[in-house]
Design a protein around this ligand. Structure first.
Ligand code: 5GP
Ligand code: ZN
Length: 113
């Protein structure tokens, strides 16, 4: 089954990578919704957050900590940033490989749309 983010993780598809480690890859979103919009994905293919297993608790934590590393690298640690996970149709998930959105560089609104 074809998966865009698996292709990016495997280096088969280009992306502007900003961070990577043995379990996580982060790259700029192709259609940014803020001055900084980075996607943080596990190397492993997990379709949705709700598919994450108990044994993957550490990996899920690593994704969040990677968001902090990316924010530091891109100079967002003082101004702040938002981390979003869209899960399923009502949240408008479009790519079914788990990813965190890291958004920053402008003041966000709340509640989200
Ligand atoms: P979702 O709606 O599933 O939460 O977010 C998917 C995100 O992936 C969207 O923000 C979309 O712009 C981004 N995206 C889709 N295809 C690509 C791609 O090929 N490369 C990159 N860098 N981002 C992509
Ligand atoms: Zn995948």
């Amino acid at each position: 089954m074809k998966c865009i983010f698996c292709d990016i993780v495997a280096g088969k598809m280009p992306a502007r990578t900003v961070y990577e480690d043995d379990q996580v890859v982060a790259f700029h979103d192709i259609n940014p919704q803020a001055p900084t919009h980075v996607l943080i994905v596990p190397r492993a293919h997990i379709p949705r957050l709700q598919d994450a297993a108990e044994e993957q608790a550490t990996l899920i934590g690593r994704l969040l900590l990677a968001a902090n590393r990316v924010a530091e690298r891109l100079g967002l640690d003082r101004s702040g940033y938002r981390v979003v996970i869209n899960n399923g149709p009502d949240a408008l998930q479009t790519v079914y490989h788990l990813h965190l959105h890291l958004l920053g560089g402008r003041r966000m609104s709340w509640p989200p749309g």
